[in-house]
Write a protein that binds this ligand. Structure first.
Ligand SMILES: Nc1ncnc2c1ncn2[C@@H]1O[C@H](COP(=O)(O)OP(=O)(O)OP(=O)(O)O)[C@@H](O)[C@H]1O
Ligand SMILES: [Mg+2]
Length: 265
């Protein structure tokens, strides 16, 4: 299963990514969680100790690696460099493990924005492509709302694109825009997931996402905020959130199974 998670700032993309990664890992599935948000904090949500996180260099900032693979130093523009650098050995070299989850921190937007044609973006883009198209593992990508790192080829390999929404019109608007972008670049299935939903708000969320299929909703839970403040992994903070995320996961599996040919054997 290859999943990408997006939505407006602060809606709970990282929270959902961490909960799902943890659930898959608990099932014994090999899962790679990819923090593709330049403002990386998936590690924290997964419960990677702060002292470990402090030492993590995002791949987009690994100067020696970027130079070695692309032939040009990070940030260089207008210089010739390899647009298709070797990346298949990078995950094993760079991930950090937490519970059963392998976390890769991409970083990015170091210079001209994620869309820029600079060596670090070529490396990150290619690495994402490799993870989505060539790996057997379950891959969960915590994206920002911009989809610059997902080229067409990569997008077509994503089994499901989850757009997180919270009750609120701005969040719905972003969700619909992101969903449109995702289908424009070739993502096959786009779903919505509600988050921070209080009793009585589910119907509004359902209406707000329009034609997007709502996989489920996660309740508003102050323990998520407390966990964030206290540096506790969200995966341990609340049974209710975990249970709701499990329902989302099951609903996702039903929805993707129904359109994919079953593999033999
Ligand atoms: N179900 C919830 N109930 C209450 N608070 C929540 C819930 N889910 C997430 N939060 C809180 O909302 C804040 C933003 O969550 P999170 O970091 O997951 O969002 P995000 O979409 O990844 O944000 P960003 O756009 O900054 O990456 C955090 O403080 C988090 O603890
Ligand atoms: Mg986030």
């Amino acid at each position: 299963m290859k999943l990408a998670i997006s939505g407006k700032g602060g809606v709970g993309k990282t929270t959902l990514a961490a909960l799902l990664a943890d659930l898959y890992a608990d099932e014994g599935v090999r899962v790679i969680a990819v923090d593709a948000d330049p403002d990386a904090n998936l590690g924290m949500a997964l419960g990677v100790p702060p002292e470990v996180l402090e030492g993590v260099v995002p791949i987009a900032r690994m100067e020696a690696l970027i130079t070695e693979r692309t032939g040009a130093s990070p940030g260089s523009m207008g210089e010739w460099f390899n647009l298709n650098p070797r990346v298949d050995d990078i995950p094993e070299q760079c991930w950090i493990t937490c519970g059963g989850v392998r976390l890769l921190v991409m970083g990015g937007k170091t210079t001209g924005g994620a869309g820029c044609a600079c060596p670090e973006n070529a490396l990150v883009k290619n690495l994402l492509r490799h993870l989505v198209l060539e790996r057997q593992d379950t891959v969960i990508v915590d994206l920002e709302a911009g989809l610059e790192h997902l080229g067409r080829g990569t997008a077509s390999g994503v089994d499901a694109f989850l757009v997180v929404v919270e009750p609120g019109r701005r969040s719905f608007q972003t969700a619909l825009a992101v969903a449109r972008m995702a289908s424009d670049i070739g993502v096959k299935q786009v779903f919505a997931v509600g988050n921070k939903v209080r009793p009585g708000e589910e119907e509004a969320v359902r209406k707000g996402v329009g034609d997007l299929r709502l996989l489920g909703v996660l309740p508003y839970d102050p323990r998520a905020v407390e966990a964030d403040l206290g540096g506790i992994p969200v995966t341990e903070a609340s049974r209710e959130l975990r249970a709701a995320a499990l329902q989302v996961k099951e609903s996702l599996e039903r929805s993707t199974r129904s359109v994919r040919p079953l593999s033999r054997g």
